[in-house]
Design a protein around this ligand. Structure first.
Ligand code: GAP
Length: 595
């Protein structure tokens, strides 16, 4: 099914559609309809269950707007750019690197300097995709993707909508480490909106200007902490490492997580661990594993903060889509916030046993420094202390030089009173490293729709349906009266629907049109079970039995209405299959559909 068809289907069936249609639409913004909002929420809940709860992590919720200083420190102000080229004729903006990648065999044009991209546009005769005018001669510029805003009126301070939820976690690290009682490793998650002023939004939910991320920041001791790799060591993965992408006859590596880490294909055991966890999670939520791979970033493709990165990619309509990234961010973010912020972005790690170490110290003679340097004497003393910690050998010479206010000053080594003492240390301040699994929720939703879409034939008629995992489907069950002109059936069906709702199921009720039509409507939005109240099941004041029809097979069984919610629960949780219903209950001739 073509990508545009998925987007059309999503709109028709209430999953998602372009926002602000009444005002001409706004590119890059999508509204989730009733089915889509429920599916997205289920994806987020499934993600939380696995990456927050099952991992013993903590979730937070930080603001969407953050002050400029945060993004100065994080590097987004300087380095979060895409390459923009504007058409001189129609004025449309395009990603220059994407145009070059489409017209050449270059795979990571974003790593090239703008001037080279300009030449490639000229040499390959690349034209504006909107109006066909050649783009040769147009400037390629860096375009910062952050949305700027003002915080407060008057002399407001500049702020930005966060381009990744991660920064809301990093800036609160000094407090979050207290909640973790200063013990590494620990993980903090966040599910929320991120904003990027994308040059050319496209593909439904694939490239938006406002989208939802589900991110985990795993804080680790760079040398001491090991992940529980054994839990996923046997998980089979399809990897596409950077060197294979660059080799002429490069190929996929089919391996297990354990082997990939042992053989160094995946450099960090923590990244390997989360690739394994993610592989299992994607399979459980319904991503087709024959259309899924992990691809390592090429060196020029990596974000400014990443030492290494693997993407989870799904195939949709012949294209590979990045649906999550697994970055080794090392100490980049915490060191930067430590440098720019006013708080401690380190963790004190207590040693098992106190250690006796030699420490170089100085005790500058202020009676000499004062007359010589006046108001700068204290700064000179401080510079000498720094130098002793950094480079004790410097004090072996007769004189030592330090930088003070950009000027080099030299003092006699004797004045510094340098010595080496033995001290007992109970621990050390460590800047944790960060491993970051970062999931795009919208891209996951779009992948699930594309991978769940099926067409078959039921009762001689073509039908299309969404084979979504029951746990993820927007609606658990639909309840119908078999015919709509019998008041008892209608009333009874309504009360069955209400009973199921009271027991926590999400239930649709439908009594409009033929029963076959109603089944089709539910199939199209992926409702796993349809419950039909018919005359055969009626006894006394209420129904004794109902029919339960399973979406993918259209098979039906007659089930006692008493305890129906409990009977459906394991099927909805993905813990059991409809086979168990077929074994336990009387099968109904599905000719019922044509009534
Ligand atoms: N904190 C790391 C980070 O933000 P990223 O690769 O830029 O990394 C993570 O984004 C995920 O967010 C991507 O794998 C993708 O699924 C999703 N994503 C990124 N930009 C997006 C956009 N413009 N529209 C929709 N989803 C996007």
């Amino acid at each position: 099914m073509a990508g545009t068809e998925i987007v059309e289907l999503a709109k028709r069936r209430g999953f998602f559609f372009g926002s602000n249609g009444a005002y001409g639409g706004t590119a890059g913004f999508y509204t989730f309809g009733p089915q889509g909002a429920a599916l997205k929420r289920n994806v987020e809940d499934a993600w939380r269950d696995r990456f927050t709860v099952a991992e013993g992590n903590q979730e937070i919720e930080a603001p969407n707007i953050m002050p400029e200083a945060v993004f100065e420190a994080s590097g987004h102000l300087d380095g979060f750019d895409d390459m923009l080229v504007e058409c001189g004729e129609c004025g449309e903006s395009h990603r220059a690197d994407h145009l070059v990648e489409g017209a050449t065999s270059i795979e990571d044009a974003e790593a090239l300097p703008g001037s080279e991209v300009e030449l490639l546009i000229r040499d390959h005769g690349i034209a504006c995709p909107s109006c066909g005018t050649p783009l040769a001669g147009q400037d390629v510029e860096d375009f910062n993707l952050m949305f700027a805003t003002d915080i407060g009126p008057g002399d407001s301070q500049p702020g930005y909508l966060r381009p990744e939820t991660a920064q809301g976690i990093f800036v609160e690290f000094p407090r979050l480490k207290e909640y973790a009682r200063g013990r590494l490793p620990f993980g903090v998650t966040q599910v929320g909106a991120a904003y990027r002023n994308e040059i050319s939004p496209r593909g439904g939910l694939l490239r938006l200007r406002e989208f939802t991320q589900a991110e985990l920041e795993q804080f680790i001791h760079p040398e001491d902490d090991e992940p529980p790799l054994w839990k996923v060591a046997d998980v089979e993965v399809l990897l596409y490492p950077a060197d294979e992408q660059e080799a002429e006859d490069g190929d996929y590596v089919e391996t297990t997580v354990g082997e990939a880490v042992d053989e160094g294909v995946v450099g960090s055991p923590w990244v390997g661990y989360y690739l394994g966890v993610a592989q299992e999670w994607y399979e459980r939520v319904g991503v087709d594993m024959d259309r899924f791979r992990f691809r390592q970033h090429l060196p020029g493709e990596r974000a400014h903060y990443a030492a290494d990165c693997w993407d989870a990619e799904s195939e949709v309509d012949g294209d590979w889509i990045e649906i999550a990234g697994f970055s080794y961010r090392a100490d980049y973010d915490l060191s930067k916030h430590g440098e720019y912020g006013d708080d401690a972005f380190t963790v004190f790690q207590r040693y098992d046993e106190p250690k006796t170490v030699e420490r170089a110290t100085v005790d500058p003679d202020m009676a000499t420094l004062g007359p010589e340097f006046g108001g700068r004497a204290a700064a000179v003393a401080e510079a000498l202390e720094d130098l002793a910690a950094r480079d004790p050998d410097a004090f072996e010479a007769d004189a030592v030089s330090v930088e003070v206010d950009g000027e080099t000053v030299t003092v006699d080594a004797d004045v510094a009173n340098f010595s080496v003492e033995e001290v007992t240390e109970n621990g050390e301040h460590v800047t944790p490293h960060v491993v970051e699994p970062s999931f795009g929720v919208g891209r996951t939703v779009q992948t699930l729709l594309a991978h769940a879409y099926r067409v078959d034939e039921v009762d001689g008629e073509e039908r299309s349906y969404l084979s979504l995992e029951p746990a993820l489907a927007p609606t658990d069950a639909a309840v119908f009266p078999l015919v709509t002109n019998e008041e008892t059936l209608v009333e009874t069906a309504r009360s069955v629907a209400n009973d199921l709702r009271e027991q926590g199921l999400s239930v649709a009720y439908d009594d409009s049109g033929s029963i076959g039509r109603r089944y089709r409507r539910q199939d199209e939005v992926g409702t796993p079970f349809c419950v039909t109240v018919d005359r055969d099941g009626l006894e006394g004041d209420g129904p004794d039995t109902v029919t339960v029809r399973e979406r993918d097979t259209a098979a039906q069984v007659r089930v006692p209405v008493d305890g129906l919610a409990d009977a459906l629960a394991p099927l909805l949780a993905g813990e059991d299959s409809f086979e168990s219903f077929l074994d336990a209950y009387e099968t109904v001739d599905s000719g019922v559909e044509t009534q």
